[in-house]
Design a protein around this ligand. Structure first.
Ligand SMILES: *Cc1c(COP(=O)(O)O)cnc(C)c1O
Length: 478
């Protein structure tokens, strides 16, 4: 079989799978035991004998597509991963076969040019100065920079590395003095804790900022926290804010936090892995008001920008901070090498890097930035509509008025009851939802990632939940 013939087999299988999913004719998720899947996919035989082409490929692809979680099914309201735009999957295919590890320019000039362009496009959306494209530019001028990373967690780690190199340029070589502190909201994503652990700062040196009843940081508590850090003879390395939080999707008030950080010279990192895409929307960009005061911003394309995993960005207001993040002496010069182009290698944790920019760019080029903005608005608006709908239903409690496309609700009963309800929904197969803890209680969590999910879908979901709910017998509030 030729590549082309195999491609057609895969394309046809994908097309009918996605059509069935979009038509709600297939479950979102039908979990089967691991050993059954190993058998059904004939993994042992295929690994031993090879020959995955033609009819064997057909059977394997069909069996594989039977084992997936179907993000393209509008009943998918689960974790915050993009329902990919088909154009982006073509980008993944092209990169999959050409495999240009573009961290050095000559190993993927086109991919590096796209990454350069995408980073500049994002910088402009933040309100930061994009990097000048022409050589001969003074490299000590202030303009932004960034790098695409394999995920927001890695972007957050890179941000804290850049912050440390900015505060303690010799820490890279000597190690730090064991006196650093990181300030973060109670609601920060666990990747912040991991980054702090990885950097050797110690997670016990994260000073948590109290949040209000909506789970947003209370900036008025910051002076007290800073006084505590001083009393503990520590130095703040960075302050992290959410835009938006993972659990309930609420934005921290970036402007007052950013102003304070600027006044005190503290690195301000905005974790916008999920919610930075609201910058594209004239209607919702105010949720990130003040983001331009930040030192760095994490922004995932594989969450709210229809891009398959993984593609995330770390952006910095001043390119010098990322250019010197991983070494004591940064070459601040952009064009100091003989060869053409720009190497991203010195900005990234990774050595081999996929052409992530291609996956994202192909969505951008298919939808246009207005199209992407409309997607974000549509999803955020759906959460508002669902909130209004749920408000009218007795017995259903909503955690917070949604500020993004994340909505958490509770039915009567204990925390354990909420988990039982989720299990019931998953068994049913029409919907996929998650659960989260917020303000000490367990909530059912809906994240509207699929552009074809409607209010009617949510009404059917609520119907299924209520049908499972023994209203009188388990009325105890947990
Ligand atoms: C999803 C998320 C992350 C982690 O990003 P990955 O791309 O999954 O590594 C970090 N922070 C926030 C706020 C998130 O929502």
């Amino acid at each position: 079989m030729t590549f082309r013939a195999d491609l057609e087999i895969v394309a046809a299988a994908l097309e009918s799978q996605v059509a069935a999913a979009r038509g709600r004719r297939t479950p979102v998720l039908a979990q089967r035991p691991l050993l059954d899947l190993i058998e059904d996919l004939h993994l042992v035989r295929l690994a031993r004998e090879g020959g995955l082409t033609g009819e064997a490929l057909q059977r394997f692809t069909d069996a594989y597509l039977d084992s997936i979680i179907n993000l393209h099914q509008p009943g998918y309201m689960g974790h915050q991963v993009a329902v990919p735009h088909p154009a982006a999957s073509l980008g993944a295919l092209i990169d999959g076969l050409t495999n240009n590890p573009m961290a050095i320019y000559e190993m993927g000039p086109g991919a590096a040019a796209i990454e350069w362009f995408v980073i500049n496009w994002m910088l402009e959306k933040v309100g930061w100065t994009p990097a000048p494209a022409e050589s001969g530019q003074r490299a000590d001028r202030t303009f932004g920079g960034g790098v695409l990373t394999h995920g927001g967690s890695l972007a957050n780690l890179t941000a804290l590395i850049a912050a440390r190199s900015a505060l303690r340029p010799d820490a890279w070589c000597r190690g730090d003095q064991g006196d650093l502190a990181v300030i973060a909201p109670e609601s920060n994503h666990y990747s912040i804790d991991r980054a702090v652990g990885i950097l050797g700062i110690g997670t016990r040196n994260i000073y948590r900022v109290p949040c209000d009843s909506r789970g947003a940081m209370r900036p008025e508590t910051l002076p007290q926290i800073l006084a505590r850090i001083r009393a503990d003879a520590r130095t703040p390395l960075a302050l992290v804010a959410n835009a938006c939080s993972t659990a309930v999707g609420v934005y921290d008030p970036l402007r007052p936090i950013g102003e304070l950080c600027r006044e005190l010279g503290i690195w301000f990192h905005v974790d916008g892995a999920h919610g930075a895409s609201a910058l594209l929307s004239t209607e919702y960009r105010h949720r990130l008001d003040g983001v331009e005061l930040a030192s760095s911003l994490t922004w995932d394309a594989h969450k709210m920008m229809r891009t398959p995993s993984v593609c995330a960005a770390l952006l910095v207001r001043d390119h010098r901070t990322i250019d010197s993040a991983f070494s004591q002496q940064a070459s601040y010069l952009f064009h100091d090498k003989e060869q053409p182009g720009f190497d991203f290698l010195h900005r990234s944790v990774e050595c081999t890097k996929s052409a992530m920019g291609l996956r994202f760019f192909m969505v951008l080029a298919a939808l246009g930035e207005q199209g992407l903005a409309r997607y974000v608005e549509h999803q955020y608006r759906l959460a508002e509509q669902v909130h209004d709908y749920l408000n009218g239903i007795d017995g259903i409690e909503v955690a917070v008025t949604p500020e993004s496309n994340i909505l958490c609700l509770r039915l009567p009963g204990t925390d354990a009851r909420q988990l039982t309800l989720r299990d019931g929904i998953l068994d049913h197969g029409d919907f996929y939802i998650t659960s989260t803890e917020f303000q000490g209680r367990r909530w059912l969590r809906l994240v509207f990632m699929n552009p074809e999910t409607t209010l009617e879908d949510v009404k059917r979901l609520v119907g299924q939940l209520q049908a499972m709910e023994p209203l009188k017998s388990d009325g105890a509030v947990g």
